[in-house]
Write a protein that binds this ligand. Structure first.
Ligand code: IMP
Ligand code: MG
Length: 181
């Protein structure tokens, strides 16, 4: 286990250790597989950048042919995410008639996730489901839930396992809360 890391001088508190994340991902992979038609290919779409580590661990627990693609979107208006979602890197794959799972690191206000989900829906996939590692339901602005959720967490700013604080902290193996006081 990592020792008391800090970012920009702020202390971090361990909320979810690496082993617990790995264990939960094995469960999620099983639930996900059961929910799609057996033996058909599955296209995993990761939302960059935060989902890159989650996607890489999740796909290795899925025991069927898997395709992987990434999409990058930004919602911006100063420091808070807004309704304006810009696609910065689109998919390379045509998702029409495919079994698709959209994956993100965390569902917060839900703005980015909802916009990307709506965009993918217009491309007529056969099945489109959603999965997030973390869910902060208390922060939700949009009416949206994910089909598969790793962990529900309280309203704390977290880093690690792909999640960043101004681009730092993605390489931490566990999920940590940033202590701001
Ligand atoms: P929203 O759901 O549109 O508000 O935005 C979700 C995105 O905001 C996530 O994909 C993360 O990149 C980022 N985000 C939200 N909460 C946190 C957090 O606690 N730590 C790090 N990034 C976060
Ligand atoms: Mg992010």
């Amino acid at each position: 286990m990592e020792k008391q890391p800090t970012i920009r001088g702020r202390r971090l508190e361990l909320l979810i250790p690496e082993e617990e994340i790995k264990r939960r991902i094995r469960e999620l992979a099983e639930e996900i597989e059961k929910s799609f038609p057996p033996e058909e290919e599955l296209l995993i779409v990761g939302l960059l950048k935060g989902s890159f580590i989650f996607v890489s661990d999740l796909v290795r627990e899925i025991k069927r042919p898997v395709l992987v693609d990434f999409i990058s979107a930004s919602s911006y208006s100063g420091t808070e995410s807004s309704g304006n979602v810009e696609i910065k890197k689109d998919l390379d794959t045509d998702i029409k008639d495919k079994n698709v799972l959209l994956v993100d690191d965390i569902l917060d206000t839900g703005r980015t996730f909802k916009k990307v989900l709506e965009l993918l829906q217009t491309r007529e996939p056969k099945i489109l489901k959603t999965c997030v590692l973390l869910d902060k339901p208390s922060r939700r602005v949009e009416k949206i839930e994910a089909d598969f959720v790793g962990f529900k967490i309280p309203d704390k700013f977290v880093v690690g396992y792909g999640l960043d604080w101004n681009e730092l902290g993605r390489n931490l193996k566990g999920i940590y809360g940033v202590i701001f006081d």
